[in-house]
Design a protein around this ligand. Structure first.
Ligand SMILES: N[C@@H]1[C@@H](O)[C@H](O)[C@@H](COP(=O)(O)O)O[C@@H]1O
Length: 259
């Protein structure tokens, strides 16, 4: 596990953007796994900005989102379809047929999950999966206790997750009770993972990830076993808690990424 320490949120986003842009620029075709939440918003801004300035093309990119709320229509302002359109898709030259998210309003959610899982496999798997970190260690919407062998599935959201995400809704009652999420195994199967952790509120979760045991009670812990994972964390999230150990080393951001 490689950890890149960023001075602040902006630097974190710039560093992540640089990694993604490099991959997109050098690949003939590439499948990106994308995430929602507050953390990637700045990164998406950098990608859009780069697309406008440098004309980085996304014609050859396919995107697969981690999750979607059950019951929210794609045009609902709180759906992840809407979020992705607003923050990213609408601003890039991605081909609409290359954009995939789970369908949270499917009449057969189990079939939807199976199809989404097969879709990812049939499209050759995910090259680079972007992740945020829930305060309880969730990744995607895989809540504590989710099997490390899980594939795309429907989850009942933790109250703490609904509370955390209620900031995007008018009230907590409006936050859906369920979501579709890529499973732990789906995520782990990505060739490369980029985990973004920002803010003081995530310091506890980051510390547990780096120093705690690998347990299903803390889903993100399995990422320590992934052969190609980079964590980009800002100072606020790192705090004074991170120690070096055999598998973890802290590196400063590439100075070029500050430009
Ligand atoms: N389903 C999303 C996750 O994919 C995200 O990583 C997490 C953290 O969000 P934030 O970045 O807003 O802290 O929240 C949500 O629950």
């Amino acid at each position: 596990m490689k950890i890149i320490k960023a001075d602040n949120y902006s630097e974190l986003c710039r560093t992540a953007a640089k990694i993604i842009i490099e991959k997109v620029t050098h690949a003939d075709k590439i499948n990106l796994g994308l995430a929602t939440g507050s953390t990637p918003i700045g990164l998406y801004c950098f990608l859009v900005d780069d697309h406008l300035r440098n004309h980085t093309s996304y014609h050859h990119v396919k995107t697969f989102n981690l999750d979607e709320y059950v019951g929210l229509h794609p045009v609902d302002r709180n759906s992840y379809h809407y979020y992705m359109r607003e923050h990213l898709f609408h601003h890039l030259d991605l081909l609409p047929e290359n954009i995939y998210l789970p369908n949270g309003i499917s009449l057969d959610l189990d079939a939807e999950c199976e199809q989404y899982e097969s879709l990812i496999v049939n499209q050759g798997g995910i090259e680079l999966q972007l992740l945020g970190l829930g305060r309880n260690g969730h990744i995607g919407f895989n809540e504590p206790g989710t099997s490390f062998q899980s594939k795309t599935h429907v989850v009942a959201l933790d109250n703490s997750t609904r509370k955390a995400n209620s900031r995007f809704f008018d009230s907590i009652e409006q936050v859906p009770q369920h979501a579709i999420t890529m499973g732990m195994e789906t995520i782990f199967s990505s060739k490369e993972i980029l985990l973004l952790v920002s803010g003081e509120g995530k310091a506890g979760a980051l510390q547990r990830l780096l120093e705690g045991e690998i347990l299903e009670e803390f889903p993100a812990s399995i990422l320590k076993k992934h052969p190609n994972i980079t964590v980009i964390a800002d100072n606020a999230a790192i705090g004074s808690n991170v120690h070096r150990d055999g598998s973890t080393f802290l590196v400063a951001c590439d100075p070029e990424s500050r430009q």
